[in-house]
Design a protein around this ligand. Sequence first.
Ligand code: HEC
Ligand code: HEC
Ligand code: HEC
Ligand code: HEC
Length: 412
Amino acid sequence: MKTRILYVAGMLGASLLLSPAVPAQEGAAATAPLSAVERSALTPSREMIEMGSSVAERACADCHGMDGISSEPGQPHLAGQRTVFLYRVLQSYQARERGNDAMTHSIGFLNEDALLAIAAYYASLAPAPVAANAGEDPQTDGGDPFASIRDDMKKCVKCHGEDGNSSGSGMPNLTAQSAEYFVHSMQAYAAGERGHKLMTKLVSGLDEQAIKDMAVFYAVQKPLRKESSSDGDAKAGEVAAEPCAGCHGDDGNASGNDMPTLAGQDARYFVKAMQAYKNGTRQHEKMFEAAENLSEAEMANLAAFYASQEPVRRNVRTPLTTAEWLGRCERCHGIDGNSTDPRFPMLAGQDQDYLKSTLRAYAEETRGSSTMHAMAAPLSQADVSRIAQHYATRAPKAVVYMQLPCEELTEP
Ligand code: HEC
Ligand code: HEC
Ligand code: HEC
Ligand code: HEC
């Protein structure tokens, strides 16, 4: 009969069976099951630690210290880091899958045994204390994904409402539009292309990121039909709208990301926009063609038809709060970033700048990991800052793995 060994991770008196429930990813080395060699490093012999220590002294201590605690901001702490993660990361530097000249150079000559031994050595050390300048955990507010634009958006409320469903006559609804169209419109105002001085002035105070974030904010709000009066004939407008359907949808709910939705739009704004296309103050070839032969009455009919249609929210994912993101990270990196799975790095107490730059590297794929790319790519800059600060302020805890003979345990 095959002997099986169960490894138990102990942390602050609690002991946890290594969870097999972690979502594994095919082909992703970082999440592959533990090999026999890697398992042996979870409960290292004294010789292994001594060998690791002597290699570290020669090859690593200059930069990482013998205590594995970094004094350079932006450089990772290694102390107490999880063994198998360290080992696999070292292998990926050696294979040049993870690029860093200093690292590749300093481990180039080490064999597998030495890599495993230094991994076991640094993993055995007491983790760095939380940095004195780490600040406060920013999670007290739950991490509103729109926190950075709330102040700027106060300026929009008077005309466009709290949620982009404008109330005043002549004010366009901003809901039900794609984020792309919103950004495009804002850029047109910024470039002075839409002949509206106030909007041009307002946009000029916003940076690119704020505009993108606002676009998502308005796109995820529930759109409301604008209760605007129009003297047009909606029935006649419905007939006249046939040539528009290919681009703007049968009922004015456009599906293309570059197409504005017209359903529920303010009738006065609608007519003004059509006139602007017709007289060239708003330049757009296709819309000029659509508007050039329309009379004022026909425009009013079209406006009445579209204003009577129910707008539909675009298929845009509502951004998660930081608290919701952290819930996902926890699945692999453990509570407060204290991972109990030796394949997944501990994030608790890690250098804040390093956490930020590494999350950006995953997002931009300058550091390869399909698992982490999927997690990091959708994060906003604000998410990255808050997540990094959160983990940097958590107390790191080392884990100790123990081998238990199988007979003494009942399978969970
Ligand atoms: C010349 C300075 C230098 C030397 C020597 C050096 N390192 Fe590094 N190490 C770095 C820097 C800088 C980084 C961050 C690089 C990056 O972001 O990929 C790093 C990153 C690492 C990481 C990744 C940590 C993580 O959390 O992802 C590990 C593991 C590591 N080093 C281990 C070692 C070991 C073991 C040695 C000795 C064999 C060593 N390093 C020698 C500078 C050095
Ligand atoms: C004083 C009222 C007012 C304020 C304040 C205001 N807007 Fe506007 N906004 C308008 C008007 C009027 C239009 C239509 C202008 C035109 O005819 O091009 C407009 C148009 C827009 C459009 C184009 C809609 C479309 O369908 O193309 C966007 C996007 C927009 N505003 C966003 C904003 C944002 C974001 C803010 C806050 C930073 C803001 N507005 C503040 C009055 C206002
Ligand atoms: C070939 C595709 C196409 C056709 C056909 C078309 N449109 Fe458009 N329409 C667009 C695009 C693209 C825009 C955005 C242009 C811009 O950036 O100013 C637009 C913009 C508009 C706007 C301004 C929306 C806003 O929020 O500011 C109105 C109103 C409009 N179209 C009405 C119509 C009507 C009415 C018809 C039919 C008579 C029509 N369109 C036909 C592509 C089309
Ligand atoms: C499905 C499991 C999984 C989830 C969920 C996950 N991670 Fe990871 N994470 C990993 C793995 C595996 C690695 C090691 C990848 C590598 O080798 O670069 C990693 C590495 C990291 C690193 C690099 C640590 C270091 O010391 O170099 C950071 C930072 C990180 N993850 C943050 C996060 C954050 C923040 C979240 C949530 C938004 C998250 N992770 C969610 C599995 C996961």
